[in-house]
Write a protein that binds this ligand. Structure first.
Ligand code: ATP
Ligand code: MG
Length: 387
């Protein structure tokens, strides 16, 4: 199972969203065939893959078919049941492994892993019982109550200032397992994407600075304008340690907070390519999706080089639904593409909804200032607030 899997083979991916679609594009460009497992008959990746296995993630026949058709398998989604990955791993190389994905699926396990790696994270407490709720320290307020599992894009979390609000928030989250995290004074948010090979080699992309709006990533800037060399080096060292100590294989993204005092703490991690790495397709010599292909097949990893400063803008469904419009309206792509340095990516989703990730736009330039100027022009055309 440790032989290199060369182009011509078939690579499988659990999940058919935009991350899988861009993975499929990268794999196909390198000469692989692809297989996507997703219940949706018109998923973004299913639309472009050689094979589509149209079942849920725990469907035994679907998993058997994927293991039969694919020579190696990865996932685009951290909430695929780890057991499904373990089942696939009985017959095929699976990267990342179910055990690593299981840690990333659970905020409590994730934070325990950070602490075990001597990586700082927000002070927090697990809340699974009324007794734990009653005895939680006042030091964690004001805080954010987050469900231990299944949170994304700011969903499954409630900000609380008082004990009364905390009790109401746990009720609102149906008293599922939660983590209460102390609210930290953020200066800005950054992320680091690493790839780790089967041989233990780790490479990383330059750190990204991320602007969130309404709990959803809005803009990623690289190089990160506000980050010191010392903070970047700390983040790279931590990310490498976090990946190595899970014996991780594949692409892994770690989100960090930089606090107002200049210190850095880990927030959470994603066991897959990440939205904050989409710029790597157009601004780096090797993309996060290509590194996923290389890591899972046992091909060599190389340290990626950022060849152009860039801004990545998420294109949310809101842009298709301007105020007063009675029906969905396509943004003016011709006007966007008339600007030099714009790279448009749309995910093949026909139905726009508020907050839905429909695509992204990467703007590259010769200098950060040049890229910023064009990104602002594109944002004005699209109706995105300036940044
Ligand atoms: P994602 O879409 O990245 O999966 P998520 O829903 O899993 O997001 P988090 O990343 O935990 O949620 O939190 C969402 C945002 O809320 C963060 O990007 C940050 O802006 C803010 N936030 C989260 N935790 C804290 C904290 N402890 N202190 C201050 N702000 C926080
Ligand atoms: Mg997050």
């Amino acid at each position: 199972m440790t032989d290199v899997i060369l182009p011509g083979a078939t690579l499988g991916v659990m999940g058919g969203g935009q991350l899988a679609r861009m993975f499929v594009h990268a794999a196909q460009a390198m000469g692989y065939s692809t297989a996507v497992l997703d219940a949706d008959p018109s998923s973004p990746a299913g639309l472009v893959s050689h094979h589509l296995i149209q079942t849920g993630y725990v469907d035994e026949a679907g998993l058997a078919e994927l293991a039969q058709v694919a020579d190696a398998i990865t996932t685009e989604f951290e909430n695929v049941p780890a057991q499904a990955l373990n089942t696939l791993a009985q017959t095929r190389p699976v990267a990342p492994a179910g055990a690593a994905v299981a840690i990333c699926q659970d905020r409590a396990l994730e934070k325990a892993h950070f602490l075990a790696c001597a990586v700082a994270c927000a002070p927090h407490a697990l809340i699974e019982t009324p007794a734990q709720l009653a005895t939680v320290s006042d030091d964690l307020l004001p805080g954010i109550l987050k469900t231990t599992r299944m949170g994304y894009d700011g969903k499954g979390q409630i900000r609380v200032k008082t004990r009364g609000e905390l009790i109401a928030a746990w009720d609102e989250l149906s008293r599922v397992s939660c983590v209460l995290e102390k609210m930290l004074p953020l200066a800005y948010e950054v992320s680091v994407i690493v790839a780790r090979g089967r041989d233990g080699q780790v490479v990383h992309f330059p750190l990204q600075q991320n602007l969130h709006r309404e709990g959803i990533l809005a803009v990623t800037t690289v190089p990160a304008p506000s980050v010191s060399e010392a903070v970047s080096q700390q983040a790279y060292a931590w990310a490498q340690n976090i990946a190595s100590s899970m014996d991780y294989v594949g692409v892994l993204c770690i989100e960090f907070f930089v606090l107002q005092d200049g210190s850095i703490v880990a927030n959470e991690m994603a066991p897959r390519p990440h939205n904050s790495g989409h710029h790597t397709i157009d601004a780096c010599d090797v993309s996060q999706f290509e590194l996923q292909v290389r890591a899972m097949t046992g091909l060599p990893l190389v340290d990626p080089v950022l060849h152009s400063p860039c801004y990545m803008l998420n294109l949310l469904g809101d842009l298709w639904l301007p105020a007063g419009a009675t029906q969905q309206q396509e943004p003016d792509w011709a006007a966007i593409l008339a600007l030099s340095g714009t790279h448009l990516h749309l995910y093949g989703k026909t139905q726009a909804r508020v907050g839905r990730k429909m695509g992204h736009l990467t703007v590259t330039g010769e200098t950060p200032q040049a890229a910023h100027a064009v990104a602002l022009k594109a944002a004005a055309i699209l109706g995105i607030e300036p940044f």
